[in-house]
Design a protein. Structure first.
Length: 219
């Protein structure tokens, strides 16, 4: 059922995209479905950039050539990605798939961020899903200490997972997210954290939700 709702959301994006322009493509199971739909759509883009090795492989196997992010020369007109949670003001928690660092970079350099989710991800208030952070190995203990003692969250190092960049991911449970933008900035200020998965300072511009009663679009 959830997959069918992801398909609906992914199909809903197509009418937003302008062919022959640059496109940013995120990471995750919803994006995997989007890539398959894109492959069958016949749409072509001048350049495609993505946020993980996983999506690069998927794009290539669906007939798209993927450029390295270092080749971005101007803002991307559109970036399509999923989220772990998204609230009514379109702030998100992302990084469940561990690709948060490149996701934040691509979001920042995109003019329009279109988020596609099934209805289970659309929430009144962020925080049920733990906030992922990508952390350099040497900083894991100090960062966990700061989170527990200064932020009141419960850090759990993700088991058997290393990011595309060779770093560990810590999932922070029970973090107070009353003010997501402030918490995003606070986490940004802790040495050793490369990226945190709160997307509040650069949130989505358009949200497409696949629901059992059809598509819901917010922008
Ligand atoms: C990956 C992400 C994904 O967008 C997020 O985890 C949602 O994934 P899925 O579509 O599989 O639920 O941020 O780092």
């Amino acid at each position: 059922m959830k997959d069918q709702l992801k398909v609906k959301a992914a199909q809903g994006v197509l009418k937003y995209l302008k062919p022959y322009t640059e496109l940013g493509v995120g990471t995750g199971s919803t994006v995997d479905i989007f890539i398959e739909i894109l492959g069958k759509s016949g749409l072509t883009f001048s350049q495609i950039f993505t946020t993980s090795q996983r999506s690069a492989k998927k794009l290539e196997s669906n007939g798209f050539q993927v450029l390295n992010l270092s080749e971005i020369k101007k803002p991307l007109p559109y970036y399509v990605d999923g989220a772990d949670e998204i609230d009514t003001s379109l702030c998100m928690i992302k990084g469940g798939g561990g690709a948060l660092t490149l996701e934040k970079i691509v979001a920042e350099i995109s003019r329009v961020f279109i988020c596609i989710v099934d209805e289970s991800k659309y929430v009144k208030k962020l925080g049920k899903f733990p906030v992922p952070i990508e952390v350099i190995k040497e900083a894991i203990k100090p960062v966990c200490w700061t989170i527990e003692n200064e932020l009141g969250g419960h850090p759990v190092v993700r088991k058997n997972f290393v990011s595309d960049h060779g770093h560990k991911i810590i999932d922070i449970h029970n973090l107070s997210l009353g003010e997501p933008a402030a918490m995003e900035q606070r986490l940004n200020s802790i040495p050793g954290i490369i990226t945190n998965g709160i997307f509040a300072n650069r949130k989505a511009d358009t949200l497409i939700v696949g629901t059992s009663s059809g598509l819901k679009i917010f922008d």
